[in-house]
Design a binder for this molecule. Structure first.
Ligand SMILES: [Zn+2]
Length: 267
């Protein structure tokens, strides 16, 4: 049986025949690889660490008729921090599911492995994990050739003004003249500049990107709507992501001082 070696990141894991697992990796040489890891549930398994979610490893596979098999693995970077914080875990899980479900096995997309490794590295320490997720989504769109048009109106080609809107079917922003009356997705100049910043900045500088709550909601809505229209896939991890983001934003808000009414009710 032929073998091959490459670096890969474990993205989805399912149980398989007792102590086995089927693991979806995104690899440098072959893109998505779905492979069987045998004996993972047994104590002392040498492959167990490499199939932990989000772990980057050097892997050797044996080609199989239906599924390849992992023969050997050496962990390079376990990305522990992604599993120790619920918001980071939610962002990392959504990145993983989106990557696996939008890609075909053994069809590597140019630069996507490097972007995935960069995103997980940045996500371990980012003050704003959601921005790293957005950064990666922009790279994923680019790898698939479906980047939203942000530089000019997607209908008439005019320069965009202060107020624009996103048109999902046209995968881009429209100027105020081309914005349809029923528009549901306005985008402020601030939201537009956040998207343009995401497209050009390296992941390591993302902590410089700050925005108002209104721009955050607009950018979030736009990117997830764009993913839905371009990929047409259902993701189970998005609900978890939105729950964790809502919880982290509530926790980050300063406590509301008690009102006079509250003071009276306590007496
Ligand atoms: Zn226009």
């Amino acid at each position: 049986m032929a073998t091959y070696s490459t670096e890969g990141i474990a993205l989805l894991v399912h149980k398989y025949k007792g102590t086995g697992r089927v693991v979806s990796f995104y690899t440098r040489k072959r893109g998505r690889v779905d492979a069987v890891a045998q004996g993972i549930g047994k104590p002392g398994s040498k492959l167990a660490a490499a199939v932990e979610l989000f772990t980057l490893s050097r892997l050797m596979f044996v080609e199989g008729r239906d599924l390849d098999r992992i023969r050997q693995a050496d962990v390079i970077e376990p990305h522990y921090h992604l599993r120790a914080d619920m918001t980071r875990l939610a962002c990392a899980s959504y990145i993983a599911e989106l990557t696996v479900k939008s890609s075909e096995p053994t069809h590597p997309l140019m630069g996507l492995f490097e972007h995935l490794a960069e995103a997980y590295g940045a996500l371990c320490t980012a003050e704003d994990p959601e921005v790293v997720l957005w950064w990666y989504m922009m790279r994923l769109f680019a790898s698939h050739g479906v980047t939203p048009e942000l530089s000019c109106c997607c209908r008439c080609g005019a320069t965009l003004g202060r107020l624009t809107c996103y048109l999902p079917a046209e995968a881009g922003l429209a100027c105020s003249i081309c914005t349809p009356p029923s528009n549901q997705m306005p985008l402020s100049a601030e939201g537009c500049s956040v998207l343009q910043g995401l497209a050009r900045m390296p992941a390591i500088r993302l902590d410089r990107l700050s925005m108002s709550p209104q721009a955050r909601v607009q950018v979030r809505h736009l990117l997830h709507t764009h993913a839905d229209h371009q990929f047409g896939i259902q993701t189970r991890s998005r609900k978890f992501l939105h729950q964790m983001l809502a919880a982290s934003q509530v926790a980050a808000e300063p406590p509301v001082p008690p009102t006079r009414q509250d003071d009276r009710s306590r007496l």
